[in-house]
Design a protein around this ligand. Sequence first.
Ligand code: PA5
Length: 437
Amino acid sequence: MVPVLKTGVAKTTASSNLAPSAKKGGFMSVKLDLGLAESFISKDELAAKRSKADDAYIKLPKMDMTGWLVPDENVLPRITKLANKIKSNSQVLISIGIGGSYLGAKAVTEAISGEGVEVVFAGNSLSSKELQRALDAALDKDFAVCVISKSGGTLEPALAFRIFRKALVEKYGEDEASNRIFAITDAKKGSLHDLAVEKGWEMLAVPDDVGGRFSVLTAAQLLTIAAKGVDIKELLAGAKKASTDKKCLENAKNYATARHLLYKKGKKIEILSSFEPSLQYLAEWWKQLFGESEGKNQQGIFPASVSFTTDLHSLGQFIQDGERDIFETVLKVEKSAAEIIIPVDDGNGDGLNYLAGKTLSFVNEMALIGTKKAHADGSVPVIEVVLPEITPFNLGYLIYFFELSCAISAILFGVSPFDQPGVEAYKNNMFELLRET
Ligand code: PA5
């Protein structure tokens, strides 16, 4: 049998995954590199617009819905207690929510493996097939349901919750079903709030002053993340660090400034690319964050994402050579959670022995460097955001960095980062049709 040569394969777990830098007190911040965008925007333009970003940041704390600016660690003990309760009586947690009540937890739990319960997300579409898949994943196991809706009335999660509540009652009876429901919603109002109070379910409040897409580091998403076994204390510690780190603020202002200038030069689409597939849902979260915050008044940068190198074999052609209205933000991870060494092959039939002894991460890094250069040569400005390693601490920091950048960026566009009036249009049509039938 030919042995698979693996050395130093580090399994990513909640504890082993903690950044030594964070744990030992040393700290490497998320970095921003505008080098491959600088030929598209002059230093003078950057400096002039940058002062507008400074102004935007001064305005920010005076605005409503900015509770996320100061990450709140006070919620940790209660969330940890509830997560432990879920872990003690369930194999599966059904996490029901959509948009900002879903994507943050999905992003973090995809990026970092934990040793908690299996988390199955539901209520983020109206697809019967998807809901059936979630039911199938839960019904023959012990399960709990965490329903998240700030308004308490969003149709997709409300319908999924109704169906899962029935399943819980059928499996466990009323009392035990109630013991397995965790409602995360407004502290005072809404139909989910009222139902939870009436039934006596465990409740957590989504802070009044934090909107859905900015709520990943609040009770809204932390219970799901903790039940999955991800270290939420470290996640919040990273965000807290970012909130007081001058470098983070500087980078957020520079990122917002650069993307705004690129937009003014006709680069209307920003593609977030990553060479780590486990960050694919972080990109989904990022798309919601920027898209819903900024796309208003017939303007805004359209946020798109690609997962490389997979998508170099599908969208790579377009990015290299298609319509030149895009810029790219590469989310680079410096240190991989696992290392695999490429083995020597006696026959060298595939001609790849020149790579023997090198790590797959090294090849991935060369692909990243080569891709950045190719895209910049093809008139795609490239911004780089560098994460030292995927850890809860660093993710908390990165999430905060993107939230801050996004808020500054939306203010530069002259729109409120915290509302989403456009989302109502499809709902009005849908409800009219539903009531007609
Ligand atoms: O960012 C937002 O505010 C939205 O994406 C909401 O999170 C999403 O519509 C879900 O709303 P709710 O939590 O009220 O069910």
